[in-house]
Design a protein around this ligand. Sequence first.
Ligand SMILES: [Zn+2]
Length: 318
Amino acid sequence: MMKSNGIIIHDTDIGEYWKSLFLESGLDTLGIHPAGGVDAHLSLDDFLKSLEKPEVQRFIYDLKGKGFNIQLECHALSWLLPRDLYQKHPHWFRENENGERTADFNMCPSCVEALKYLEERASFLASLIPWNGENYHLWIDDVAAAPCMCERCHHLSSSDQAMIMYNSILKGLKMYNANARLAYLAYHGTMEPPTITPEKGIFLEFAPFKRRFDKCIFDPECAENAAELKYLDELLSFFGKESSKVLEYWMDNSLFSGWKKPYVKLPFNREILQKDVSFYRSKGFEHITSFGCFLGEEYAMQYGIPPVKKYVEMLSAH
Ligand SMILES: [Zn+2]
């Protein structure tokens, strides 16, 4: 079984501070995360532009050269299918519950033309990030659920609609890299397993965003955490364990800070982390990562170096 231990930082934190923290940490995978939300397409665009800077190239290729996996991990759909295409092709976008076509989130996954466009853009995006490796993490929009309700889609669950989009994205990625694999992000409205067959190379990425962090993930007394685990076994049997990945939030100080300044001190809970990791490994997950946003230089000046090494000790102990 392959195993990897990672952390995901904002692209705006790329620099010497994180590079040395990462090199000393014992981690082997670094995710670069242009911020999500409704402006995810702008964040991704800014990051792609920043790739022209020598210091960003140096950061990525120095770490690659030392054997680390560097991966782009972000909500990419609104970049892959730009919202301004709505003017020309409103039917490419979803129909909301009022029967109106809207470019707010996601798309109409029954529109063959839009899927074809998505495929081509995914191939183009892959060509802009040649350092990414074979595992891609290009998620649909950052929204709880925004399915298309049109005549052809309304019977499809949010998970099936997501599966159609991910299948098209992967087809595009394979045009650039025949060995490409792509994450299906189980998160919010896509936790329930889909029924549509995944393309070869789709793997499960499980992100229990609505969990509580003062209880371990499998605590049966904790209703929130139990709800997040409701479909886990089904998801693992549907997608298989190969390349399966947990995307956690133990180190996500942006979440604990409410995604705004001032930063809080990261509530690092060693005991919960240890139990959670042991649970995820027992389920057969190959890769484990956590967001590590809002832990940059500014954090260190206020609270000291964040406990990245302790986090890795916990991951490596299992
Ligand atoms: Zn539709």
